[in-house]
Design a binder for this molecule. Sequence first.
Ligand SMILES: Cc1ncc(CO)c(N)n1
Length: 225
Amino acid sequence: MEGKTKEEGIIERWVMKHLLLYTGATRHPFILSIRDGSVDISSFKRWLEQDYIFVREFVPFVASVLLKACKNSEDGNDMEVILGGLASLNDEIAWFKSEASKWDVSLSNTVVHKANQTYCRFLESLMSREVEYALALTALWAIEATYQESFAHCLEDGSKTPPELQETCRRWGNEGFGEYCRSLKKIANRYLEKASADVIAKAEVTLLHVLEHEVEFWNMSHRGT
Ligand SMILES: Cc1ncc(CO)c(N)n1
């Protein structure tokens, strides 16, 4: 129906269906501890150091999605949206470096935690040419949306996020990043709607895997395991 305000796609239905896991990834105790100001700074530093490694692995994944966009894109602006996301990772890597020096965290010779390594290996498995575009888009959306929803929560009214962590929260919690996630969701929904039952089923499983990896990533930061 033209002009309807609330569009519901496959992704929205999956989020409702798997709300418990989705909430586990976007309202994790680590995020809640940032939001209520009780965060342990050594946890934050561990997150920073490990996420820098993750983001460096994330770049080739986003590049692989861009490649798929260039091959599959029909009439939409997919290519521009994903290229924009990739470009902002350049800035993000520079931000990690300056943030790390601010916190006295060394980014060289970091030991990669197991949860991070497992997540990076999973990302790598999604980079192959055989992975369908709809599936890769679903993963990309879920990875970005987890951070967007988590960090935006730390900036809402009533949150007691320490001032020195607010810049980090704004990095993913800002409105522009929210818009980027909505664009990704729209593109993913569009391709999922046209996908075969087999690809749709695989994309749903991939979404669940991303959310599980995100929970494990937060666990590693929070408890160090
Ligand atoms: C673990 C993880 N998930 C998602 C993002 C968002 O880019 C990130 N930086 N790190």
